[in-house]
Design a protein around this ligand. Sequence first.
Ligand SMILES: [Zn+2]
Length: 217
Amino acid sequence: MEEITLRLENCEKWTKYKNLMNKTGDFICPECVRTHTVNVEQTLKMSINQEKIKRKKIEIAFESLSRENLHLKIDEHFENLKNKVDLHVEELIKKINDIRIDMVDKIYQKKNEFIEDINSVGFQHLNKENFSEEMENINDVLEKLVIEDNYLKNIDKKKCQIKKILDQLDKNKFERNKISNEIIQIVGILKLTEEKIQLNSTIGASEDFYEDFQPWL
Ligand SMILES: [Zn+2]
C-alpha cells in the first residue's frame, strides 16, 4: 500500500502514499523544492487517489484471499492435527514399551529365582546314573533294599518338591486387559466437523471471480 503513488493536491505532483501516512492537515510538500503546503485529507479525497487506494486495497485483499493461501492454511491445519496425533501416539507407544521392558525384566528375574531355587535343593544328585552306579558296587541284597528304600523316599520327596514348584510356577501369569474402547480414550478424541461447509456463491462477483473461487466452494 505504501508504495502506490498519489497525486498531491495544490501542486499536482506525484508522491508515494507512505509520504502521507500518519499525517494530518497541512504539511510541507514532499515533492517540491519550492516550499508550499499540501493538505493530506484533500489529497486523499481526490477521485484519482481514491481510485488508486481502493484498487490497491482490493489487490491486497485478493492476495490474502487467494486459493493458494487458503490451501496452505488448510494444509497446515490438518498437517498440524496429524502431527499432534502422531506425537501423542508415539509417546503412548514409548510408555507402553517402557512398561513392556519393565515386565520382561521382572519375568527374567523371576525365572532366575526359580532356577536358583531348584539348584539349591540338590535335585541334580538324585538321578538314574548315580543310582545305577551306586547299586553296581553293592552285592548284598539287603543292603540294596535299604538303599532302594532310601531312593524311593527321596524320589517321593523330589516329586513333592516338583509339584510345589509347578504350583508356584502357575501362579506367575499375565492377565490380558481387553483392548476395547478404552484404548480410544487413552489415545484421545479426534473431533472433525461433520457438516459440509455451506457457502453462498459470491454476490455481484464477475465471472472471473466466480471461476477462480469455485473449486473450494
Ligand atoms: Zn508540491
